[in-house]
Ligand binder design. Structure first.
Ligand SMILES: [Zn+2]
Ligand SMILES: [Zn+2]
Length: 309
């Protein structure tokens, strides 16, 4: 569904690219990250010793991403491909197969905490369509800082394996960045503690914040799909409005990767405020408020605290 190029085209690509990867620049480690958040974490660890490309870019939705011929080329030439795993990147298996890459494919969530999803997955809304994203373990593990730390440790391990000469540098970068993550973790806990207990439920466009919820004690509601296709968006919204009233949700947030139309409608019908944009599954561009992982988490916490306090 996600990859529209014919296998013939991709097969030709893999032969073509395999033929000149051996002429590639030997000095820098070539890293491909599956999406922008892993890209930033890899940059923190790799510094000047790596060249880095991300498949899914800023503000882009990995769930519906369709790889391009340039992605096939980058993956074909990579030394290491960093992926989230937990069934986040639906497009990835075919892209990797099509590229014929010899890169090691590293799942950076390997050592992080994994939360089981009681529903076996979550919903995304595109226009009036509810799309179920099957994922028995919630893939959005980066939304807690201890998990980001586990990602960074796995990335450093992968870089050391691929480039032993640079290992000392990677480990030093890792340690420095871990300190920044610890500072961030304390800051988040402190800021969230200023929100009254009775005002800790919020509504988001898709269930991307379960790890944040678990780590920092904010409850998130998100629209759920319904089982029959004949039921329209109205039914999803009605269900959610009910939950908003029962659980006293006080704010609704838009999300950088989704059209805000659905959450606008929810805010309107529930009579509560639409209170800004949270960054869930992608960073902002370089001049946006969430250009790095640290900035993203700070932006989200500020947005939440301002609305809920
Ligand atoms: Zn999803
Ligand atoms: Zn998501």
């Amino acid at each position: 569904m996600l990859l529209k190029y014919s296998s013939h085209f991709l097969g030709a690509c893999s032969l073509f690219f395999a033929s000149f990867t051996s002429f590639a620049d030997e000095r820098a480690l070539k890293i491909v990250a599956s999406f922008s958040i892993i890209e930033d974490l890899a940059r923190q660890v790799g510094g000047e010793r790596i060249t880095l490309t991300s498949i899914v870019g800023a503000n882009d939705d990995a769930h519906v991403y369709e790889p391009t011929p340039a992605d096939v080329r980058h993956v074909a030439q990579a030394d290491v491909v960093l992926i989230n795993g937990l069934m986040f990147e639906g497009f990835l298996t075919r892209l990797i197969d099509a590229s014929g890459t010899k890169a090691s494919v590293v799942t950076v969530s390997e050592h992080s905490v994994h939360l089981e999803d009681p529903q076996g997955g979550h919903y995304h809304f595109y226009g009036d369509r509810a799309v179920f994203h099957e994922a028995p373990y919630d893939p959005h593990a980066w939304q807690s800082v201890p998990n980001a730390k586990a990602y960074v440790a796995r990335i450093a391990e992968a870089f050391c394996e691929a480039d032993p000469k640079g290992c000392q540098e990677y480990r030093a970068n890792q340690q420095r960045y871990e300190q920044a993550l610890e500072t961030l973790e304390h800051e988040i806990q402190e800021r969230i503690s200023t929100i009254p207990e009775s005002r800790r439920t919020a509504v988001v466009a898709h269930h991307a914040f379960r790890y944040f919820e678990e780590a920092y004690g904010i409850n998130f509601l998100a629209p759920q799909g319904v089982s029959t296709e004949s039921e329209a968006t109205a039914a999803h919204v009605a269900q959610l409005i009910d939950a908003i009233e029962k659980q006293n949700a006080v704010a609704v947030f838009a999300e950088n990767i989704s059209n805000p139309r659905l959450v606008e409608q929810i805010a309107d019908e529930a009579g509560i405020a639409l209170s800004g944009t949270l960054y869930s599954d992608a960073l902002s561009g370089a001049d946006g408020p969430a250009a790095t992982y640290l900035d993203m988490m700070r932006h989200n916490v500020n947005t939440l605290v301002t609305a809920l306090q």
